[in-house]
Design a protein around this ligand. Sequence first.
Ligand SMILES: NC(=O)c1ccc[n+]([C@@H]2O[C@H](COP(=O)([O-])OP(=O)(O)OC[C@H]3O[C@@H](n4cnc5c(N)ncnc54)[C@H](O)[C@@H]3O)[C@@H](O)[C@H]2O)c1
Ligand SMILES: CC(C)(O)[C@@H](O)C(=O)O
Ligand SMILES: [Mg+2]
Ligand SMILES: [Mg+2]
Length: 353
Amino acid sequence: MATINFGGVPETVITRDEFPLQKALEFLKDETIAVIGYGVQGPGQALNMRDNGFHVIVGQREGTPSWERAIKDGWVPGESLFSIEEAADKGTIICNLLSDAGQIALWPTLQQYLTPGKTLYFSHGFGITFNDQTGIVPSKDIDVILVAPKGSGTSLRRLFVAGGGLNSSFAVYQDTSGKAWEKAIAMGIGVGSGYLFETDFKKEVYSDLTGERGVLMGALAGIIEAQYQVLRQRGHSPSEAFNETVEELTQSLVPLVGENGMDWMFANCSVTAQRGALDWKGKFRDATLPVLNDLYDSVASGEEARRTIERGSTPNYRKELEAELQEVRESELWATGATVRELRSRSSENVEA
Ligand SMILES: NC(=O)c1ccc[n+]([C@@H]2O[C@H](COP(=O)([O-])OP(=O)(O)OC[C@H]3O[C@@H](n4cnc5c(N)ncnc54)[C@H](O)[C@@H]3O)[C@@H](O)[C@H]2O)c1
Ligand SMILES: CC(C)(O)[C@@H](O)C(=O)O
Ligand SMILES: [Mg+2]
Ligand SMILES: [Mg+2]
């Protein structure tokens, strides 16, 4: 463990220096890690752990697109790819990576295989924190741990393949073995985390639901739509509106923020831009603070969980989602985006040629 100063606040984190992969492998050498669910996190975590040398099996519903994808990824039916029930039976660490709504439906099944001494692993505090709605109440004779990568499973895998790592939080909910804390860290290292910071199940789910509904996804998508609309209504072309709203954000300015911070991005723009952005930053913060507080209240009251469960449990959910995403994709804004991306790849081909 290392105590590191985060903007003046000391925090304890774990990196691969304090907990090397070899130590994680040694710690989990007798465990069979069963990754249940092969959606987005499932593949990222299962493949990273397999490549890191852990004993991993996958449990997924046969005949689904995810089952076929697992085969393409090298999981072998009957050897390392099983039905959910069989994998849960064989596994000693059961990674519950079904969708959060799917976890509710599958809980009565999964529960039967969580015999004393086994470990139940989550990548989200959702099921446990909102167990008045999910019914997920584990028995007292198992360890219950969490490792939550702070990003998409796709990024978790891409960064791992590129030799990097995605930061994750970790938490222990139940420690019956006396080893749950190290187990969680070893799993965190195994799935390819950069550094690990400790949390609890409730803080993980409150911050995660706020982040994805807020700046990371919901607010980002909303503010982009609003600015594009203003520019279009004031007579700007789709190219101009899209470039000034999205393309420059993703291709030029946000990478600079990621590389060296907000002030570095500001420092690399004109005085005109810096002055205006610094003047307007406060207005945007003040305008959105009440919305973000409403959002946090809605998370903390369980309302966001209720809506997620209600929508995510309908049999038509995937179809309805696809219709919503299609509407986004086919809007003028994002259709312009597709064309701009196309032109982007053409210009990089020209550079390579
Ligand atoms: N998507 C991410 O990158 C991400 C990031 C961090 C944490 N998480 C957490 O990881 C967990 C898994 O998320 P995900 O996005 O990979 O899930 P997902 O929505 O992609 O679903 C995962 C799998 O669950 C299966 N499934 C869903 N309902 C089912 C049911 N009723 N019966 C059987 N199988 C069912 C699906 O077939 C799919 O293979 C969740 O707790 C999520 O909050 C996800
Ligand atoms: C990738 C995210 C948004 O960080 C995750 O929280 C999710 O639910 O998919
Ligand atoms: Mg989330
Ligand atoms: Mg998240």
